[in-house]
Design a protein around this ligand. Structure first.
Ligand code: ZN
Length: 479
């Protein structure tokens, strides 16, 4: 399995210069590649693919040897891949007829870059003086607050969070050391909600911590202040930094909370069932509160998933439909249906429980069902070799059961020459299935982008917005 380890970086001033120059060049590259794709389609009806652009990358680099040419090849190629992912997601959303398909945007700045690290990028020092090798940047001082795992280092991303720099290292770990687990573990169903952050089928409820509210109030205040400043002024910039800081703080609190909960749950429970929230199950709730808690829920589930895998437990997601209205003892439906203010579930069969606890028990029941189905499928898959089909779909179908039962020592290993599981391969497989999705009409693409945000750099005669250099870049690289 793949695990990411994040470390704080403390680049020297000269190193920061190099990193910032990389990021500038990547911004130019992104905008240039995006403009190329867009113009080819709008003006000539031609499609430009990732491979086309990758083939041209060499020429662009040679043409701009002092700018883009200075950026390592893998770093610049990664930027093109990211753009391609953006387009792929856009085509997928167009195909799904989503309201806002989200055409890739021109960028003002780039805040991260990925590179292929050397096998062991660490340069040892005393406790606080470790350095991390980054190509063409050198050994960047890093706080190695935890020992990296034993495993192959597959990728690295340097990113900026506010004013702080971090690196995320992706390790592929074949036999992870299981963290400590409780004496006896049991299954649990989790109902995520707004009044309570989570309610477990055991009857426990996790309150939404107060600091969320406090942080949100402070954020609102700082945003209000920002709105009173003149755009582009010195004070505006300072205030914007404060707003960003608030966001970072809330984000970290939520992350901390998710780590605490997922750690605790995976130590106590060997099966965790969540409701699948991709189906909007909370249409009645206010938009705002949903969006606030949404991110936190996603993170919590993701953490439970990988931690359960590390501890040889199981993680399942089940359809949420009707979990509130069904009796978890007799399976009957509530009649009349429960309304939002109804906190207690009462059934003619005599069952009575808190509304959310009842839902959590239903989720657990469905989780059991899901696991049984997967186990049957796993047995069938187990004896036979993985299918030779490459498409991402086929790959995911193959992976899904083993993923849910990670650690049951039936983990599927790729045959020689086949891509293994993990984030890097998702990219590969996206590449493999390229060219399949696209049906769109020109002109329909940009409507969603409002006038203010929309930037255009169609040709050299256009004025470039303040502070942007895409224009220069277009001229610099030539056709
Ligand atoms: Zn009942």
């Amino acid at each position: 399995m793949f695990l990411s380890y994040e470390y704080r970086l403390y680049p020297l001033r000269s190193q920061l210069c190099t990193i910032n120059r990389f990021l500038d060049e990547l911004t130019y590259l992104w905008n240039h590649a995006l403009a190329e794709r867009r113009d080819a389609w709008e003006k000539r009806g031609e499609r430009v693919t990732y491979l086309d652009q990758q083939a041209r990358l060499k020429a662009w680099r040679a043409h701009d040897s002092l700018g883009l040419g200075e950026v390592p090849y893998d770093v610049s190629r990664d930027a093109l891949q990211r753009l391609d992912l953006g387009f792929r997601a856009f085509f997928r959303r167009v195909k799904a007829k989503e309201k806002r398909p989200g055409y890739p945007r021109f960028r003002r700045e780039t805040t991260s870059f990925s590179f292929v690290p050397v096998a062991d990028p660490w340069i040892a020092g005393s406790k606080r003086t470790w350095r991390l090798k980054i190509p063409r940047v050198g050994g960047v001082p890093a706080r190695r607050h935890r020992v990296p795992p034993v495993g192959a280092l597959k990728g690295a991303t340097v990113f900026r969070d506010g004013t702080e720099w971090y690196v995320s290292l992706q390790y592929e770990i074949l036999n992870p050391d299981p963290p400590e687990i409780g004496p006896s573990r049991s299954p649990v169903g989790v109902d995520l909600g707004l009044t309570h952050l989570a309610v477990l089928s055991t009857g426990e409820a996790v309150e939404a911590p107060r600091f969320f509210r406090l942080g949100e109030r402070k954020l609102a205040r700082e945003q209000r202040r920002l709105s009173r400043k003149n755009r582009g002024s010195h004070r505006y910039r300072k205030q914007r930094a404060r707003v960003a800081r608030c966001h970072t703080r809330i984000c970290r609190q939520r992350k901390w909370m998710a780590h605490q909960l997922s750690h605790d749950w995976t130590a106590r429970f060997d099966l965790i069932a969540f409701e699948d929230l991709s189906i909007p199950s909370m249409m009645g709730e206010s938009r705002l509160s949903k969006s606030i808690s949404d991110a936190g829920w996603g993170m919590l589930r993701q953490m439970c998933k990988y931690k359960e895998a590390l501890r040889s437990g199981r993680y399942v997601e089940v359809p949420a439909e009707g979990t509130t209205q069904t009796c978890s003892r007799c399976g009957g439906m509530a009649d009349p249906p429960l309304r939002l203010p109804d906190r207690t579930y009462r059934c003619p069969c005599g069952y009575e429980a808190d509304r959310d606890v009842n839902a959590a028990r239903n989720i657990l029941e469905r989780g059991f069902h899901e696991v049984r189905r997967n186990t049957a499928e796993l047995k069938r898959v187990d004896g036979t070799p993985p299918s030779a089909r490459r498409g991402r779909r086929a790959y995911q179908r193959k992976r899904a059961p083993t993923n849910n039962l990670a650690g049951s020592n039936q983990v599927w290993r790729p045959a020689a020459g086949q891509p293994g599981p993990g984030p890097l391969d998702v990219t590969l497989n996206r590449m493999a299935s390229r060219g399949r999705t696209r049906t769109m009409t020109p002109g329909s693409l940009y409507k969603e982008q409002s006038g203010k945000r929309r930037l255009r750099f169609a040709s050299c005669s256009r004025r470039r917005p303040r502070g942007l250099n895409e224009h220069r870049y277009l001229c610099r690289l030539g056709p």
